[in-house]
Design a protein around this ligand. Structure first.
Ligand code: URP
Ligand code: ZN
Ligand code: ZN
Length: 457
């Protein structure tokens, strides 16, 4: 047995895993958790008394530096991953989105070059499939070989939306390769019709955004996707679920034993569609797709997280400068969609989930850390276990934090949680044995983050 002191010991904390809660010390050697026990000696010891010690959180849905026409989402790899670390997230999965006609591998190389030397935490990538020609589908196995086993398929957005036959072809190939589809489930023809009709009636403000994308059609799209996935034999995860109509579809599919999974995000759990009614175009801040919904939808989402119908809480972090949101004055459909959230997920779900009695601490860890890592194939992530990566968060359940833009670290000039103060915030975030953030100060290395070659098990 190695009697040398550990490089780092996290002592006296209450360890919370997806299955258990217990008090122990964690000994770290190099980048790995080497021991979990009592009375461990370290070259450096952090006393975590009074804190929860949980796995570094895993956010499998973010959009850093995402191009949209001539604008780009406002967080780059550096600012976005630094903000993530402040909030206790140590791994993210973003997207490679090839340009029309661009070979996927070339798009991947460009995306990796952007992240290299900039990312502060580890990162993986999904691939967006908006072209399902035989030529593109023939390259999916190569993507899986290089560590990208998950593919996003869209049922919305001009230029991205796939028809049912295209969805089926993509799902069939995904099934054949044992990969996982991540689905944006909305009904684009209906959205396009409603947007045209609303604008023609002079209904141009942000308050019309949710009216153009009805919950019932998000449910319909999910049901249709589930049928296509069942025929194709594919595993699929429905992304950014906003409403009860989708929860019903997933619950029914899972009850029949289908490999259908669901992801929701804090914005759908904490905010409701009333925010779109705010005066002075303020509703534009909250424009995302699918839109925020009603209180009943929110209640259905919390219940579905607690009863296992949904497996993943991620952020769909996609911030835009206010000046870019302002492009939609006079036409709500031109407001770039997406909201900031990469830093606030763990704390919002602790405050409104665990503290409010909607989730147990173990469920919180499972939904934000362990299950996303398993489902999306991040080896060594999302667990406190000997041999796992030493990605660890020391979470102070009493620390109070106002979620104002001023206090948060994303590169964006507003917060969607401006009026909310949470109780529960990370005291320290550790990635592969290295302390990145301590007491609100970033002390990590820009460029510490590595590309994660993901593998589904
Ligand atoms: O409005 C959203 N959600 N923007 C990000 C892109 C997406 O659909 O995930
Ligand atoms: Zn989407
Ligand atoms: Zn997204």
């Amino acid at each position: 047995m190695n009697m040398e002191p550990f490089d780092l010991v996290i002592a006296n904390g209450q360890i919370v895993t997806a299955a258990d809660t217990y008090t122990a010390d964690i000994g770290v050697r190099g980048e790995k958790i080497a021991c979990i026990g009592r009375g461990l000696r370290g070259r450096r010891t952090i006393d975590a008394s009074g804190c929860l010690v949980i796995p570094g959180a895993v956010d499998v849905h973010v959009h850093l530096q995402m191009p949209l026409g001539d604008i780009t989402s406002s967080d780059d790899w550096r600012s976005g991953t630094m903000a993530a670390a402040h909030g206790g997230t140590t791994s993210i999965v973003d997207f490679v989105d090839p340009l029309p006609g661009q070979p996927p591998l070339q798009a991947l190389e460009e995306r990796l070059a952007e992240a290299e030397g900039q990312a502060c935490i580890d990162y993986g990538l999904h691939m967006v499939l908006s072209d399902v020609s035989g030529k593109t589908l023939a390259q999916l196995s190569r993507m899986i070989d290089v560590g990208i086993p998950t593919f996003k398929l869209f049922m919305a957005y001009e230029g991205k939306c796939l028809t049912d036959d295209q969805l089926y072809l993509a799902l069939r190939e995904i099934a054949r390769l044992g990969a996982l589809a991540l689905i944006h489930a909305e009904n684009y023809p209906i959205i396009r019709l409603f947007v045209r009709e609303l604008l023609a009636e002079g209904k141009t403000e942000p308050r019309w955004h949710p009216r153009s994308r009805p919950a019932i059609m998000e449910g319909e799209a999910t049901g249709r996707l589930i049928a296509l996935a069942e025929m194709a034999g594919a595993h699929a995860c429905i992304a950014h679920i906003s409403c009860a109509a989708v929860v019903c579809q997933i619950r029914a599919a899972r009850a029949r034993g289908l490999p259908i999974y669901g992801e929701t995000c804090p914005q759908y759990l904490v905010l409701t569609q009333d925010v779109y009614e705010r005066p002075d175009f303020e509703g534009a801040r909250y424009v995302c797709s699918p839109p925020l919904r009603a209180e009943e939808d929110q209640a259905a989402l919390w219940k579905a997280l607690a009863d296992g119908t949904l497996q993943v809480i991620s952020t769909d972090h996609c911030p835009w400068w206010w000046q870019d949101k302002e492009r939609g004055r006079g036409d709500f459909s031109r407001i770039p969609g997406g909201v900031p959230g990469i830093e606030t997920r763990l704390s919002l779900t602790y405050h409104f989930g665990v503290r409010a009695g909607r989730l147990t601490p173990q469920q919180w860890v499972n939904l934000c850390c362990t299950r996303p890592a398993e489902l999306f194939g991040l080896p060594g992530k999302g667990k406190i276990q000997v041999g796992a990566d030493a990605d660890i968060v020391i979470f102070d359940p009493e620390r109070v934090m106002p979620l104002t833009a001023e206090r948060l670290h994303s590169q964006v000039d507003y917060s969607i949680y401006e009026d909310i103060t949470v109780r529960g915030w990370p005291r320290a975030t550790i990635s592969r044995g290295r302390v990145l953030v301590e007491d609100g100060r970033f002390i990590g290395l820009v460029g510490h983050g590595r590309f994660i070659r993901r593998r589904l098990v």
